[in-house]
Design a protein around this ligand. Sequence first.
Ligand code: FAD
Ligand code: SF4
Length: 334
Amino acid sequence: MRPFTYDRAEDVTLAARAHTGQGQTDAPVQFLAGGTTLLDLMKLDVLRPDRVVDITPLKARHSEIEVTSAGLRLGALASMASVEDNPEVKRAFPAVAQSMALAASPQLRNMATLGGNVLQRTRCPYYRDPSWAECNKRKPGSGCAAIKGFNRQNAVLGVDDRCIAQYPGDFGVVLAAFGAEVEVAGPGGARRIPFHTLHRPAGQPHLEHSLQPGEVIIAFRIPGGATARRSLYLKVRDRQSYEFAIASAAVGLDLDGGVVKQARIGLGGMAYRPWRAEAAEAALVGKPLTEDSAHAAAEIALRGAVTHGHNDYKPELGRRTLVRALMQAAKMEA
Ligand code: FAD
Ligand code: SF4
């Protein structure tokens, strides 16, 4: 690991002075929360910050878990484990608790924070190994080794010929599906942004997200209601635990006598960034939730998928995962 300076930010104002170049993969200043992504990538020599600003003191004020009739407000410094174990979250919003419980390992979930989780980096093997010369995300303009290389895990939605990296996280898929908002604080004060604007599209792969320098994520707001109560997160992976998704679906249904009043659908393991399938949601509204209507929605959700050889299996797996998630959600008591 390369040498770096270490500071602690005792509050948000001090964190905001850090001038993190956060949207960039190669930012010279990085915040440290649980460290389970950052330190990994520093050891691999992928991230090379000169300065690391520890924001764990912000836990004291920004790790709250609030459950109200309007939904959830989750402090960004809360650990994944604390959300997974919260009985109110499990009752009001099963998909959120499940997206934590099915991620990583208990040890990692004790360390890892929600803010760090949504900003975790892709697991594309060429990104994580600097001995590969071609990786536009790590080195802008160098090309993409995955397109003609080993791409079994790579994305099929939202990709372009500069990068086909898969967004690896689970919680972000739920945030996308349910139209969450992100509270951030920084040099320009506090603001709220829609979650779907946090991660950038693939056009400039080395620019990961839209936070401004010095901006720190404070909290996530996720709207509640009937779709939240009848929600679930289904994850398909190569082994049953301690593995990233090759396909996942976050779904929420508001049903009236078996007919869909409102649907929420997010897809994981498929896309360049946390993915909401709005056209598939709209296709379900006003119809009875049956195998046929679920299959039709899944066709729409994966329309436009682009594959590159090893990941040719993904669109079909994505469709089946979504159908299974919808049928399971339909059977839930809500
Ligand atoms: P850090 O490593 O501290 O930070 C990550 C990035 O986010 C850094 O760039 C940091 O500067 C930035 N950052 C952190 N907090 C903030 C904030 N509040 N505001 C602004 N910027 C911030 N995840 C899954 O979802 N599913 C899995 O199945 C899964 N499996 C895993 C398996 C392994 C072996 C490992 C190592 C990780 C796995 N993960 C998985 C990823 C893990 O969940 C993330 O590493 C973790 O959530 C990151 O949180 P952290 O607090 O440790 O972030
Ligand atoms: Fe790099 Fe993206 Fe290509 Fe992977 S898919 S090698 S992260 S440019």
